[in-house]
Design a protein around this ligand. Structure first.
Ligand code: NAD
Ligand code: DAU
Length: 346
């Protein structure tokens, strides 16, 4: 019997993880602890509340609020913390880094302190391949590589990872870290590239490709990531980090080509626009360490992109209200004044 505190469980990956864990492990109870920022949505958990009523609980709260975190641990008899809570969008971190430092660094510290004060709870940190920075040549990042983050978001996540490792080394806290690739799938807020482009295309709006679109990412289906985190929680070695991805990469332009093909929309929707500041050209990880635990990804990049497109086509009830709210103002800030490039440069 496990009782998990899943922070950030109302967000994209967190909500998919909660669903995955409750389906896979009938002896597990999940308490979602979430501040409900613009990215955290109760709609993401509606079916979970219905299907797992006795084993699922929700508490609204900020991970930076130590008394509230401690109260949640006491009230539900938590034995394991899985921390998904974070500010997660690189473009927002370039505009307003403040919330990133508070949640991704200070919030992680608050959770670690609470885990420590409660007798050394099992702690898992959900991290990202972005902590490795831009990856040159044909190297694939290893868990032992030095962190070299380049955006405020990536730096705040690397700060979180350093703290998690420090609590293990200094206090013996039983921690693990997983570093995920670019996740796509159901319930991803449409600021991220794949849901942004699908929903733009469905509205016959342009797809704003940053720069030449030759950047490389590992587009991983969210369920494969959730299965990887679950594997690390159950079989991971305490004190270790694990990369979670397909181990392959794809250019953004190829991703767009597949997305438009699945939608039956024309390539004329593509607009090359001014690049993101400090844009990392390539991420790619070596995932052998997680494969050795017995985990295997099920989706290729292409299957993941097509499955994601189909979900957004089938679920306008979820994304249409989002696109008409806070999102509109955000879109204007990021894309309103952005220059279109006639000859995209690498
Ligand atoms: P998301 O933005 O969809 O959701 C983040 C969730 O955290 C939301 O529910 C939000 O309300 C909550 N939250 C934010 N600040 C909080 C606070 N102070 N206290 C409590 N809750 C708070 O994010 P996501 O894409 O699901 O990412 C989840 C985690 O996975 C993050 O830690 C992220 O760094 C990591 N990650 C994401 C990806 C990806 O491709 N999206 C890849 C690798 C790792
Ligand atoms: O790699 C893991 C990371 O993936 C996670 O840690 C982050 O939380 C998550 O946001 C994601 O970061 P990226 O910056 O890679 O994802 P995003 O969807 O914002 O962009 C993916 C690629 O698409 C990137 O090369 C930038 C490009 N892009 C993005 C947007 C929003 C565009 O060309 N146009 C866009 O409008």
């Amino acid at each position: 019997m496990q009782t998990l505190l899943v922070t950030g469980g109302a967000g994209f990956i967190g909500s998919n993880f909660v669903r995955y864990v409750l389906e896979q492990h009938t002896d597990t109870t999940v308490v979602v602890y979430d501040k409900l920022t613009y990215a955290g949505r109760m709609e993401n958990l509606v079916d979970v509340a219905e299907n797992f009523a006795g084993r699922y609980h929700f508490m609204q709260g900020d991970i930076c609020d130590a008394p509230a975190v401690n109260a949640a641990l006491d009230q539900f008899g938590i034995d394991t913390i899985v921390n998904f809570a974070a500010e997660t969008h690189v473009d927002r971190s370039i505009l307003d880094p403040d919330a990133f430092m508070r949640t991704d660094v200070y919030g992680t510290y608050v959770l670690l302190e609470a885990a420590q004060k409660h007798g050394g709870l099992r702690y898992h940190q959900v991290s990202t391949d972005e902590v490795y920075g831009h990856i040159h040549g044909d190297h694939r990042s290893l868990e032992t590589d030095c962190m070299a983050p380049r955006s405020p978001y990536a730096a705040s996540k690397a700060g979180g990872d350093h703290l998690v490792n420090a609590y293990h080394i200094t206090y013996g806290l039983p921690i693990t870290i997983s570093r995920g690739a670019n996740n796509i799938g159901p319930y991803q807020y449409p600021e991220k590239v794949v849901p942004l482009f699908v929903t733009n295309a469905l509205n016959d709006m342009h797809l704003p490709v940053y720069g030449d679109g030759g950047q490389q990412r590992d587009y991983q289906y969210v369920q494969d990531h959730c299965a990887g985190i679950d594997m690390v929680l159950r079989r991971g070695v305490i004190g270790e980090s694990y990369n979670v991805g397909t181990g392959k990469e794809m250019t953004n332009l190829r991703m767009v080509e597949i997305l438009l093909d699945e939608l039956g929309k024309p390539a004329s929707l593509i607009r090359h626009v001014e690049d993101r500041a400090g844009h990392d050209r390539r991420y790619c990880m070596n995932v052998d360490k997680l494969l050795a635990l017995g985990w295997e990804p099920e989706y290729t990049h292409e299957e993941a992109i097509r499955a994601t497109v189909r979900w957004y086509v089938a679920n306008p009830w979820w994304w249409e209200p989002i696109r008409s709210g806070e999102f509109k103002e955000y879109y204007q800030r990021v894309y309103g004044q952005r220059k279109t490039l006639s000859t995209p440069a690498a």
